[in-house]
Every structure is written in C-alpha cells, then in structure tokens.
Design a protein around this ligand. Sequence first.
Ligand SMILES: [Zn+2]
Length: 387
Amino acid sequence: MRILIVLFIAFQLFEAGAQPVQVGLYQDQLVNSAVVYSSSGSFLLVAEGVVVSRLGEGDILYLTHEEGRVKVLDSERDFGYFQTIELRGISSECVFRVRPIQPEQESRMYDDNLIVKAEDRFMTLINEVDFDKYLAGVVESEAGPNADKEFYKAQSILCRTFAIKNLDRHKSEGFSLCDGTHCQAYKGKSVYNPEILEAILETSGMVLADYNYKLITAVYHSNSGGQTQRASDVWLTDTEYLQSVIDPYSLHQSNAKWRDTISFGDWKSYLLKNGMKSVIKIPDEIIYVEQMRRKKYFILDKDSIRMTKIREDWGFRSSFFDMFPDGDSILIWGKGYGHGIGMSQEGAMKMARDDFAYQDILQFYFHEVRLMDYRDLPASSLPLVKF
Ligand SMILES: [Zn+2]
C-alpha cells in the first residue's frame, strides 16, 4: 500500500511537469490597462468560463481595470466587465503581444495563453505557457542570444532546476513564478536564437540534484573575475556543492574587470563608522583592501567587515577587488560582475567555445552534483503544486 501511494504521488508530479506553467507578467508594476494583439494563430476569448468571441491574426483587445473588474473591448464590441478572462490559443503555435498602457511599458511577445484576473486595484496578467517555451524565454532573457549551444544546455539545466524548485513561490498570488529577477527574468518568447529552444529540448527534464537527491540552489552570475565565491562566504547556509573554484575561463571576457575611484577620506570614515577603531592608530598604507584570492572579510587588527557588505554599501560590481592609493583618492581595480557564486555565465560561454560539453561546464562550477531527470527524483524532493 505504501509503495502504491508513493508511486501515485510520483505519477501526479510527472503529469504536472508535462503541463504548462503559469507566469505572472510585469510583476514590478500595477497594470491598470493593456492592449493585447493576436500575432499568430487564433484565440478563443473566454470570459468567466464562457467563450464570447474568437480572435484571428491581427485582432486587438483592449483591457481596462475599472472598479475591481476588467472591462473588455475589441475594435467593434464592448464585451462588458469580468472578474477573469482568458485568451486560449487554439493550436500549439499561437503567439500574442501585450502592451501595458497604464503604466506604459514595453510590449512583449508570448506563446500560448493569457489569463487576466481583476484584483482590487489592478489586473494580474498571467502567461500560461508550455514549460519548455517558458524556459527558452528565461534563458534568452538571462543569457542573451549570442552564445554556443553547449552553454545554452548548461544554462537551461540551471534555469529548469531553479524553476522546478520554486514552483510554489507565488502560489498565494495565483501563479507559479513571476517574470522578474525575484524568480528568473522572463521577457517573453525566445525569438533571437532557435538554438536556445533546441538546447532545452535536447536536455529535456534534466536538473542538478545534490547527493541527497534534493534540487540544488541553481545560482549563476555574469563573471567570476577568475575565482568563484564560496556560498557560505556570502550566505549564512553552507552548501557543499557551491565551493570556490579557480576559474581561468572568466578572465579576458567582457565583464572580467572593472575600475572605480573613491575618496580616501570617505573610505577612512566608512571604516570608522563600521567599528574599525584601529583606523585611527595604524598607518594609512595598510587600510587598503588587497585580494590575490577572494577573501570573506577585510580585517584590520581585531576588526572585520564582510567583503559582500563593502560591495553592497559602495555599489561595486563585485566583492573581488584591490585598492591602490592615488593622491587623495583610492583607485579600485575590480574583477568579475555579480555575486560570484555558482556558474559564471561568461566563463561557461568561453568553455563552450573551447569545445567543453555542458556536463563538463556544470561539473566545473558545481561540486559533486547529480545531473539527472527530475522525474527520477523522489517525490519528497519536488514541490507539491498543481500548475
Ligand atoms: Zn518571483
């Protein structure tokens, strides 16, 4: 009986994975009105569960939030006010475009279906989209269209791992994931490079799990500067698979270096303000940060400040940098871009250009992880959500 129950749950999850995912759109805005265009294919307009119209290619729909409901118009008709409407694509190749008018936002193209729900003060726009097409949009938004396929495979596996691990993040808002960096950036359909969707289909279902068969925290950043950061140096939790690795592939890439200048006086008072009392008694020459290798802390005498705090407080591109005196100023020579944990995207792109396979890229940046199909994970490792 027990085995049967476990199998039944696993089967449910497998089925769930084959279903579309619901993504909240324009989530950093409160959208009050929008125009929707049918770009390709035909759609059914469904209001409160009833089909009220059909949209062909080029047809336009105007949506406005008024007194807690959505007012729906096309070029000829006023359909009235509704709590929920849906645009359901009637084939698998349906594409529509959304342009928020109030507030005005850039228009974006999406695959499959659109669901619009009226909230008290705004509308929630949800793209109900095939999971692989969603991932293609995420990979293009997060990595751009100009990389090699083995890189896209590695990036796809990380994006898929993150998405599945976080499927219940926005459950209370009525969708699975948002389209901002809070989840993963999703600026709509992948349009610039067909190899992205190919990479997703060729790695279908594959995720990274740790040795306890738990989905990993699938983190990545722009450029490590030559050495990735150990997760426990930034976050409180230690994760064995996120260790620091020496990363020559990130050197000489476009985000490998950065420069900045700050005033010596400002730096000195910053250190004092953050509890470094010894700044007053020690020579000025030694209050400079030096990092041949990444350090967790900047230490003076018995006091210390986390390098990640310095990065945050000064708005630096990374926490991996050296300081040099320059009159009343300090020159900052920095390495890398981003938090430095997990996969360096520019390093991984270079590895792909050097003919490394995606498995090699992932094994290089993540220690002792299992590359496997998420459908082979125990049910307890997956979020119990219905799409
Ligand atoms: Zn989110």
